[in-house]
Design a protein. Sequence first.
Lengths: 117, 113
Amino acid sequence: SAVISQKPSRDICQRGTSLTIQCQVDSQVTMMFWYRQQPGQSLTLIATANQGSEATYESGFVIDKFPISRPNLTFSTLTVSNMSPEDSSIYLCSVELAGPTLRETQYFGPGTRLLVL
Amino acid sequence: AQKVTQAQTEISVVEKEDVTLDCVYETRDTTYYLFWYKQPPSGELVFLIRRNSFDEQNEISGRYSWNFQKSTSSFNFTITASQVVDSAVYFCALSNQGGKLIFGQGTELSVKP
C-alpha cells in the first residue's frame, strides 16, 4: 500500500475566495483522480489528473472552476475557485499504484473537508 | 450506461448479528471491476475488496465475505458477528478499464452494543 496525504485536512472559507488542495503519494503512481462528496451524498469524479498535461474533466465540471495540476507522478493539486456555499464538500484524491497486482484499484487520501460561508 | 444501486440506505443491527449489504450493478462492458469501500465517521475511504468480472469466486476475509453473481449482477457484502467498529457508510463501486469509479449511494450501517 501507500501513504496518501492531503493538505489541508479541513478549511472554512469565505464565498468568492479560492482554495488549493494538495495530494502527495509516497509510492509510484500510474493515475490520480479527484472526487467530490457533497454532504450526505456519494462520491462523484471531478477529473483525472494527467501528468504534464491538462486534466480530463467529467461532465458538469470545468477547468475554470476546478483547475488541476500534476507536475510529477506523485503530486497533484485541485483548486476550488470563486467558492460558493454549494462547494461545501469533502474533496478526495485517489491513486492507482504502479505494479501488476495494484492496477485498477483506487486508494483514497484522507480527504479535505471544505465549508464555505 | 454504468450504474450502481445500493437499495439499503440505512441498516441498524445489534452487535454479533450478521448483516448483508446489497449491491446491484449495470454495465455493458464485458471487462469490469467491482469494489467495496468503507467510510467511517472520520471520513477517509478505506478499500476493502476488488473483484474482476471474469472471477466469480466468492471471497472471505475474517468476518467479511463477498458474494459475486454475474447472473443477477450483484456483489453483496456480508459481515458476520458484527461489531460496533463496523459502524460506517459502505460504498459499492464499479469501474471499467478506464479508471473512473461509479459509486452507489452508500449504505449506512449502525451496529449497536
